[in-house]
Design a protein around this ligand. Structure first.
Ligand SMILES: *Cc1c(COP(=O)(O)O)cnc(C)c1O
Length: 421
């Protein structure tokens, strides 16, 4: 393997089959953006699409646009596009609400199914290291349900090893995030799903940190349900709506806990009786933010032209380069690479721990190198193959080296925390 230096990184950029996609995104000059796993970059067409929706569809079309501009169909139309990225199959996915809310709906529906299939099981099992909102939503649901429902937390290692030290025979539902938001660890979708099923439980996957980052085949893995957001790797814009997927075989058994009119078979019948829609509209609740949803489609349409195998290949090359450079060039510093080295266990980010992680990230951001920080002491670098290059990885590690060698993080302005980290 060629020694990795800046010239080699530039050579890789020139030979990168995805390099043209960089022009689909607008980033400020001088910024290296390593936080696309938290908020994706702005697609070039997003502002024009927002203008069109606000001025033409809303301004001129007014209420007619529910029909004439296809607003009513947006959740399903976008859902179909996401389905292609997650191996969902036709008619199984909608874009709506937030990930937290969709998880509540999915978990509630899955427990209703299990109340029939495995009535003695009342435990929801999830990762202690899961994104906290997922844990909170499940705890809230268990509390609402009462009747012995409870949440059990386990370490990621327990999941990978097939629950050797965890009681599993009372578990109804397992909720797992495909890529751990902090460590970047990736679970194998197929074998992990199979292990949950073998234990007699159902599984909901949270794809927030994997949708748009790697190839996913939910139906092929035999998964039950899934949720995820569109504002991270899918570049949908801040707060853009999330998605929910339900396996075809469970679609008719999905009962809505939030049975708003958008999930009705015929919302404009205005009937006082609730009849759930037959297809994926059943997972909706109420009226959606049409501007945000329309802008999210611009991000999704970029993926329509992208080969996910090439995205995954480049993502791994970028993270390999990042890890190699951190090890070679920062070895004098107390740094620990938290993200697994094995490709099959790695998502699309590299997390490194440093005792002064927060201040170090603050010093990087001051230079326009934008990653983020997660407790405790983890610097997160999201590697987004659509708009990041190898030379930028080199420059990031060199900036880190300068900041660490010269203690540049040790300044008062790098100790101040904002409301969002
Ligand atoms: C980002 C993320 C969320 C965010 O949920 P919201 O409802 O959009 O705030 C939830 N779960 C995981 C695993 C995430 O990574």
């Amino acid at each position: 393997m060629a020694t990795l230096d800046r010239a080699e990184c530039e050579r890789r950029d020139r030979n990168d089959p995805l390099r043209e996609l960089r022009h689909e995104f607008l980033l400020p000059d001088g910024v290296i953006y390593l936080d696309g796993n938290s908020l994706g970059a702005r697609p070039r067409g997003a502002a024009e699409r927002a203008r069109e929706v606000i001025e033409d569809e809303w301004g001129t079309g007014l209420i007619r646009s529910w029909n004439t501009a296809g607003w009513f169909e947006l959740p399903v139309r976008l859902g179909e596009k996401i389905s292609g990225l997650i191996g969902g199959g036709a008619g199984t996915t909608v874009v709506t609400d937030s990930t937290s809310i969709n998880l509540f709906k999915a978990a509630s529906a899955a427990l209703r199914i299990q109340a029939v299939d495995a009535p003695d099981r009342r435990v929801i099992l999830t990762q202690r290291e899961n994104f906290p909102s997922d844990i909170y939503m499940l705890q809230g649901l268990a509390e609402q349900l009462g009747a012995g429902y409870e949440v059990r937390l386990v370490d990621d290692a327990e999941v990978t090893a097939g629950y050797p030290n965890t009681r599993i025979d009372d578990v109804a539902l397992v909720v797992l995030t495909h890529v751990n938001y902090r460590t970047g660890r990736l679970f194998d979708l197929e074998s992990t799903t199979a292990a949950v099923h073998a234990a007699g439980a159902r599984v909901i996957w949270d794809l927030c940190h994997s949708a748009g980052a790697l190839e996913i085949d939910l139906a092929g893995a035999g998964a039950d349900m899934a949720v995820g957001c569109t504002y991270k790797f899918l570049n949908g814009g801040p707060g853009s709506p999330a998605f929910i997927w339900v396996a075809e075989a469970l679609q008719d058994r999905f009962t809505q806990p939030l049975s708003g009119w958008w999930s009705h078979e015929n919302p404009f019948e205005m009937s006082p009786e609730y009849t759930p829609a037959a297809g994926s509209r059943r997972y909706l609740t109420g009226t959606q933010g049409i501007v945000s949803m329309s802008v999210a489609e611009v991000g999704l349409d970029i993926f329509g032209r992208v080969d996910m195998a090439a995205v995954r290949a480049k993502s791994l090359q970028l993270s390999d380069a990042f890890i190699e450079l951190v090890e070679a060039r920062l070895s004098d510093h107390p740094i620990e690479i938290v993200t697994p080295r094995e490709h099959e266990h790695r998502g699309s980010q590299v997390s490194i721990a440093h005792p002064e992680g927060f201040a170090v990230m603050s010093a990087l951001i001051e230079r326009g190198i934008i990653g983020d920080y997660r407790e405790p002491s983890v610097l997160r670098f999201g590697l987004t193959p659509l708009y990041l290059g190898f030379a930028e990885v080199w420059d990031t590690v060199e900036a880190l080296r300068d900041i660490l060698d010269n203690h540049l993080w040790d300044a008062p302005q790098h100790k101040v925390r904002g409301a969002v980290t």
